[in-house]
Design a protein around this ligand. Structure first.
Ligand code: ADP
Length: 275
């Protein structure tokens, strides 16, 4: 029944006959030039990229290749020198700073390397913050914040302040905060950069789980190990995209965590090898 309805509406949609999910990011020929005194730095030199709903994209590339500049544009923190950027169909590249601020708070969620939590606020308050701007009642804010924290496994840490949480837990608070307004896109900038490898896998497991639930994620990393959890990799060099391809078999963070938790199976196989 559902299938019949879906295909009927697809036919009715005319141009929308393909099964492609809607476009979230539509960036065309973006350039960004910084002027420092007499010199111009061409940080982006014509970047075109389309990202559909439900994708999990890793942005890679060496230092200075333009990753941060591109993320600042995607995140509506800055405007391109030239080119067009549409987010969910809205032409952001022409918007004024206050419109950009609205788009950021309504459509985007951010996760940073340094967590960027308010030190004196509880986990719950930190996650409520993005909703405060949306004018929701305090009760709704608390309920949604609690639910987001439960989703990242922190239902029992609502009243802890950042200093009372481990790095991995702080990053999970930041993920809950990024999620709470139901954004069209989550932008994660080196989210595991400050974490040990086991904790990094835990964070990647949460991001992969969210992505399976349909959340669109763009993650910047210079680590190939981390980019291997994504489903698509886009590599920058000298302000241009030099590679853009699907990951044939993304790493599964959940599987790796299970292996971490079962060290006895490793020692058993060693015994087997010894005998
Ligand atoms: P990445 O994130 O890949 O390390 P960036 O986007 O930070 O690369 O930088 C790309 C280029 O633009 C570099 O040459 C960098 O020095 C330059 N750049 C970045 N931001 C600025 C800025 N605000 N002013 C001047 N130059 C900048």
């Amino acid at each position: 029944m559902m299938d019949t309805l879906a295909s009927a509406s697809n036919r009715a949609g005319g141009a929308e006959t393909s099964a492609q999910p809607p476009i979230v990011v539509d960036a065309r020929n973006l350039t960004k030039t910084y002027h420092l005194g007499q010199t111009s730095v061409h940080a982006l030199r014509g970047v075109t990229l389309t990202i559909h709903r439900g994708e999990f994209v890793a942005i890679m590339g060496p230092s200075g290749s333009g990753k941060s500049t591109f993320m600042n544009l995607l995140g509506c923190l800055d405007r391109p020198t030239a080119g067009e950027y549409r987010l969910m169909g809205a032409l952001v590249s022409r918007m004024k700073p206050d419109q950009l601020a609205d788009i950021r708070s309504q459509r985007l969620g951010f996760i940073f390397q340094g967590f960027n939590l308010l030190a004196r606020a509880s986990a719950l308050k930190n996650v409520q913050l993005p909703m405060a701007y949306a004018g929701l009642s305090n009760e709704t804010q608390r309920r949604r914040a609690r639910k987001a924290l439960e989703l990242v496994g922190l239902g029992d840490r609502l009243d802890h302040r950042p200093a009372q949480l481990s790095g991995g837990q702080q990053q999970r608070v930041a993920i809950a905060r990024a999620l709470v307004n139901n954004p069209a896109l989550i932008l994660a900038d080196e989210p595991t950069g400050n974490l040990d490898s086991r904790t990094s896998v835990e964070i990647m497991a949460i991001l992969q789980d969210l992505n399976r639930r349909g959340v669109t994620i763009v993650l910047v990393t210079h680590e190939a190990d981390i980019a291997a959890y994504a489903r698509r990799q886009v590599a920058f060099r000298d302000g241009l995209i030099v590679r853009d391809e699907p990951v044939a078999q993304p790493r599964s963070a959940a599987d790796e965590l299970r292996a971490f938790r079962q060290p006895q199976s490793a020692s058993l196989s060693q015994e087997g090898a010894a005998s």
